[in-house]
Ligand binder design. Structure first.
Ligand SMILES: Cc1ncc(C[n+]2csc(CCOP(=O)(O)OP(=O)(O)O)c2C)c(N)n1
Ligand SMILES: [Mg+2]
Length: 396
């Protein structure tokens, strides 16, 4: 018996032509429409969890040593930034901070795979990625400090505001990328998205639009295994989130998100695919957020310490450091220099965040409507009068 897709020849078809037709049917395997779209069965990995290199792969060449050294440097600084930002929430300097500790390979790898002229569409989780892109950390934290604007100039930095409404950035990225391609510029847009947010309609609408119109977008799913307290097993029955691309005709891959070398290699290929005009690419990185969802969350209520400890053993920075020391790319002095640079970075951030921001309370009413409503005009006047009275009291 042939494979199930080969049709049986009906008994009545005995003419030579029919026999020829039947034999042609037998020898032709129908083309697989999902060929080239499916992710690897196992996440791509170039280093094992201890930092030992795995056999080289022709499909994902290892990035040059200089790029890996820079990846290491930015990951160390990125983690120090993250620790500092978390401390600032405890000191009342930040309203809220969603940490991405443990996800450094994804945060930094994504930025290194892009050109400065490419666009980034981040979520609230991507502060580390943005500072690693070279944005001023005080500007990046402005929104989380409670200001009404995102702190940096999105057009100048080619970085959209950090998005809190889940998955909306997927649609924005598709539109921006389509517009850039339409104007014959080879810009790529990279949209970050979490595992939970791939259940949102905007993810599906964005990726479908990008696929149909061949918009150069890389959808980068950081699967950190939780959407606040909802574990992946309650989120999806898909074999891997990367499979969500295949149904839309989008090339997809999955990667070990705690293997910095593999993350950079896979994203480099994904970005090249999009830039070459082949349409979007979906990458799922398997990773883990080591900290609670934000400083306002208590993660011990929904996951146990043993799980967190198991992921601590897969630390992406230690993994890359071991590998680069082994290869002679890093030595004791280089590691110490990077650590010192990270401390200086944190000290500067601390000093600037501890300075009292000058905020005009009346700016709360700006940019709400082009024409303020009568209620807003009245409320603004109330606040103005209260501020004036408080100032007079202070003077008296
Ligand atoms: C449209 C929308 N629904 C719900 C929320 C509330 N919310 C904020 S973060 C979050 C979990 C998202 O999880 P995931 O996509 O896995 O990203 P992660 O926070 O793990 O990076 C939820 C449900 C929201 N911000 N926007
Ligand atoms: Mg998540």
């Amino acid at each position: 018996m042939g494979p199930p897709h080969v049709q049986e020849v009906p008994a009545v078809t005995t003419t030579p032509q029919a026999v020829r037709r039947a034999s042609t049917r037998r020898s032709t395997t129908p083309p697989d429409p999902a060929r080239g779209l499916l992710p690897a069965a196992e996440p791509v990995r170039l280093l094992d969890p201890a930092g030992t290199p795995l056999p080289a792969r022709a499909d994902y060449p290892e990035p040059p040593a200089a790029a890996l050294a820079e990846l290491y440097r930015r990951m160390v600084i990125g983690r120090r930034f993250d620790v500092q930002a978390t401390a600032l929430t405890k000191q009342g300097r930040l309203a809220v901070y969603p940490s991405s500790r443990g996800q450094e390979a994804c945060q930094v790898g994504a930025m290194l795979a892009l050109r400065d002229t490419d666009w980034v569409f981040p979520t609230y989780r991507e502060s580390m990625a943005l500072v690693s892109r070279g944005l001023d950390p005080v500007e990046v934290l402005t929104l989380l400090r409670g200001d009404w604007h995102c702190g940096y100039d999105p057009a100048a930095r080619r970085t959209a505001p950090q998005c809190t409404p889940l998955a909306t950035q997927c649609v924005h990225a598709a539109g921006l990328a389509y517009g850039e391609a339409y104007q014959e510029r080879d810009t790529v847009a990279l949209a970050f998205i979490g595992d939970g947010a791939t259940s949102e309609g905007d993810f599906h609408e964005g990726i479908n639009f990008a696929a149909v119109f061949k918009a150069p977008v890389v959808y980068f799913v950081q699967n950190n295994r939780y959407a606040i307290s909802v574990p992946l097993s309650r989120q999806t029955a898909a074999p891997s989130l990367a499979y969500k691309g295949v149904g839309y005709g989008v090339s997809s891959e999955q990667v070990d998100g705690n293997d910095p070398v593999a993350v950079l290699a896979v994203l480099t290929r994904a970005v090249a695919h999009a830039r070459a005009g082949n349409g979007p690419f979906l990458v799922e990185a398997h990773t883990y957020r080591m900290e609670p969802h934000t400083n306002a969350d208590d993660a011990t209520r929904y996951r146990d310490g043993a799980e967190v400890d198991a992921w601590r053993d897969r630390d992406p920075i230690a993994r890359l450091e071991t590998y680069l020391r082994e290869r002679g790319v890093l030595d004791e002095a280089a590691v110490a220099a990077v650590a010192a640079e990270a401390e200086e970075y944190a000290a500067d951030l601390r000093a600037r965040m501890n300075a009292q921001p000058t905020v005009d309370p009346l700016s709360l009413f700006d940019h709400v409507y082009a024409e303020p409503t009568p209620q807003l005009v009245e409320q603004r006047e109330q606040v103005r009068a209260e501020l004036a009275a408080a100032e007079q009291e202070g003077d008296a």
